[in-house]
Design a protein around this ligand. Structure first.
Ligand SMILES: CC(C)(COP(=O)(O)OP(=O)(O)OC[C@H]1O[C@@H](n2cnc3c(N)ncnc32)[C@H](O)[C@@H]1OP(=O)(O)O)[C@@H](O)C(=O)NCCC(=O)NCCS
Length: 173
């Protein structure tokens, strides 16, 4: 166990050398998630190897990767759109509840916004993502996914119009 007062030292862009450690965090973090089928590393590697990473970040503490977040492009009516998807996001269980996940999400959203993106979508816990401004948008959920957990964060007061689709790597989960 780590000491409660030890702070995460850095949120930085993911590098190729971080892949194994970031995947290990995904495995540990999702092991206790009820709806997980344990395929998050297949998704992450599919994004990395398939040109599906718009932005990737790791949280580093004491020289170890303790958090991971990827952002991938979303298509609207089959075309790249300026919309992006947040996730997977994971924090090592020993480091959860200390603000690491929030730091990762805030950094990703700030950097994404700075690129001129239209906005971001996410599928996840509304209680967690709502605090970053994500709005429940069940009517926009891509086919086959749970509408109750689908949220949108527009950066420019414009909502996506059309059929949204995640990168094909998401088919793995
Ligand atoms: C979700 C996750 C990334 C959050 O990381 P974290 O470092 O623990 O988050 P933070 O410390 O910044 O924020 C913790 C807050 O988020 C809330 N939270 C965390 N996971 C939550 C969830 N699944 N549902 C609702 N709230 C959640 C906590 O209750 C806490 O709330 P509080 O600030 O009011 O006390 C992390 O818990 C995790 O890796 N979970 C397993 C993998 C997962 O579910 N990923 C997200 C898939 S959408």
């Amino acid at each position: 166990m780590v000491e409660p007062d030890l702070a995460v030292t850095e949120i930085r862009e993911e590098r190729e050398a971080d892949r194994a450690a970031a995947n290990a965090v995904l495995v540990r973090a999702f092991a206790s998630v009820r709806h997980s089928r344990g395929r998050e590393t297949i998704l992450a590697d599919g994004l990395r190897d398939g040109g599906g990473v718009t932005l990737g970040f790791v949280a580093v503490a004491e020289s170890a990767v303790v958090g991971s977040l990827l952002v991938s492009p979303v298509t609207v009516n089959g075309a790249l759109s300026g919309w992006h998807a947040l996730g997977p996001v994971a924090v090592d269980p020993d480091w959860q509840g200390r603000g690491v996940g929030s730091d990762l999400v805030r950094e990703a959203l700030a950097r994404l916004k700075a690129t001129g993106a239209e906005g971001c979508i996410v599928l996840g816990a509304r209680a967690f993502y709502g605090r970053f401004g994500f709005l429940h948008a069940p009517e926009l959920v891509p086919v086959g996914l749970p509408a109750s957990a689908f949220m949108v964060l527009p950066f420019r007061d414009r909502w996506p119009e059309g059929r949204l689709a995640y990168h094909p790597a998401f088919d793995a989960i």
